[in-house]
Design a protein around this ligand. Structure first.
Ligand code: HEM
Length: 447
């Protein structure tokens, strides 16, 4: 049985879109406008707490819903996945940078790409990536040794984890032999992504063709991105993988001519940008919050130092409290029923891991950082930092291994201590980042 709007509320928003679930009124939305802009995480959490597991916002087109129960999230991403598309503002904005790559693509081509690109995340690639992580950590140790030669040092953990993750993503994608071009490419991708963020903050995005400073910057960055990828592809074409030789990096998979449907140059460019965008800031964000949480829970930091194998639990619990992908959006292709509520066709459906991960029924004392929650693995319902269903993150295993490897290595050698005990505000943008960075005090652990 589906929910029926109370009499009179059918037209409560003053428009024709049917009201099929409870939710805030126009007035409440207007009152909270600033919060929606500046603290969307809190807005989403409170919307769930005030109005329930399936909420309809007073937005006429598209009809917009927030689904927050563990079962509801699963219904959207897994059970009804055939009725859902990725044609949402979130993904169309992102595709300005990534094109129709694996993350944003929504057609039959996605299925072929997902199958063809799977080897880029197989076991051999993960172990190659482990070597790149070790190399990057080595370099970090050297930098930090210099910084702390006179004692402790103040560092921005957010910036450090971003650089570390970027170095690893570059090496995993292109091997270690292309450093100059890779720098150019990653810098162009990040500038383009920044343009996307600025755009997404503007309630009335201006078409890309209009020469605002942001659009000009973005167009320039995208041109540079194209040029850099083309140069990298040309170099690789001149040095192709000998038949039967083991793959060296992800680019070898993307350029594999023996694939059933070899990727075009354009597709390679889309996937390269996708892997950079999807792969580096997510891991960096999770690591940054892990250091923040360990800094605020010194007993857990201590346990990690003694038992480095606990890094996997710490990483999983960090992803629960600070899921880098804090909203996952879908557009319904047909009407679906979720938790007894009818969601019509062509509606926007938002699932927020930030909210789902704070459900007391699955996570007692949800705000507390308790890595041991994951001692027996993750629950089937109520945990989706990597999404769920067929669009589950293709980089999940790689990300979890790298995250644990980095946390365990650093915690063996270094101590990162908070410089104050105030809560750090979260900037919810492409991922979750600490507002104003995360300064922490770095000291070497004596043997
Ligand atoms: C902690 C790190 C990461 C987090 C939290 C994360 C999160 C996610 C989430 C939530 C999705 C699903 C989005 C949706 O259903 O709409 C996703 C998809 C995806 N992620 Fe990740 N991700 C991480 C690391 C990575 C890495 C390292 C890569 C690649 C180098 C990657 C590449 C992708 C791609 C290509 C997709 C789209 C998959 C598809 O639709 O077939 N991610 N990720």
């Amino acid at each position: 049985m589906t929910w029926t709007a109370p009499p009179g509320s059918r037209t409560r928003h003053g428009w024709n879109t049917p009201v099929t679930a409870p939710g805030p009124e126009n007035r409440e939305m207007l009152k909270r406008f600033r919060e929606i802009q500046h603290n969307p995480l809190n807005f989403l959490l409170q919307t769930w707490q005030l109005h329930g597991d399936v909420v309809q916002f007073p937005i006429p087109r598209p009809a917009s819903y927030l689904v927050s129960s563990p079962q509801g999230a699963r219904d959207v991403l897994v059970n009804n996945h055939r009725a859902m598309s990725k044609r949402t503002i979130q993904y169309s904005t992102l595709s300005l940078v990534t094109g129709e790559g694996l993350l944003t693509a929504d057609t039959e081509t996605w299925k072929t790409s997902r199958r063809q690109l799977a080897p880029a995340f197989h076991h051999e690639m993960i172990s190659l990536a482990t070597n790149h992580v070790a190399t990057a950590l080595n370099r970090l140790d050297q930098n930090w040794a210099e910084l702390t030669s006179e004692g402790s040092a103040l560092i921005d953990v957010d910036q450090t984890m971003m650089n570390l993750a970027l170095e690893i993503t570059g090496a995993t994608l292109f091997g270690s032999d292309l450093t100059g071009q890779v720098d150019q490419l990653t810098s162009a991708t990040l500038r383009a992504l920044h343009g996307v963020v600025v755009r997404a903050r503007n309630p009335l995005p201006v078409p890309l063709a209009i020469p605002t400073p942001n659009n000009l910057g973005m167009r320039k960055a995208i041109r540079e991105l194209d040029t850099a990828v083309n140069a990298i592809i040309d170099r690789r074409l001149a040095d192709p993988l000998p038949p039967g030789a083991p793959i060296r990096d992800m680019l070898d998979v993307l350029m594999d001519q023996t694939l059933e449907q070899p990727l075009s140059r354009k597709q390679i460019r889309y996937e390269v940008a996708t892997f950079i965008v999807a792969g580096h800031e997510t891991i960096a964000s999770a690591l940054t919050w892990a250091w923040y949480l360990l800094g605020s829970n010194p007993e857990e930091a201590q346990r990690l130092q003694v038992h480095p194998e606990r890094a996997a639990l710490v990483f999983d619990e960090t992803l629960r409290l600070y899921p880098p992908a804090w909203v996952i959006t879908r557009r319904t292709l047909e009407s679906v029923e979720v938790e007894g509520f009818l969601i019509p066709a062509d509606a926007l459906v938002i699932v927020s891991p930030w909210v789902v991960h704070r459900n007391e029924r699955v996570w007692p004392n949800p705000e507390l950082f308790i890595p041991d929650r994951f001692a027996n693995g993750a629950p089937m319902l109520g945990y989706l930092p990597f999404g769920a269903g067929p669009r589950l993150c293709i980089g999940r295993d790689m990300a979890r291994l790298q995250g644990a490897q980095i946390l365990s290595h650093i915690s063996q050698n270094w101590q990162l201590s908070p410089i104050h005990n105030q809560q750090v505000p979260v900037d919810a943008s492409v991922t979750l980042r600490p507002q104003g960075g995360l300064p922490m005090r770095l000291t070497r652990i004596k043997d």
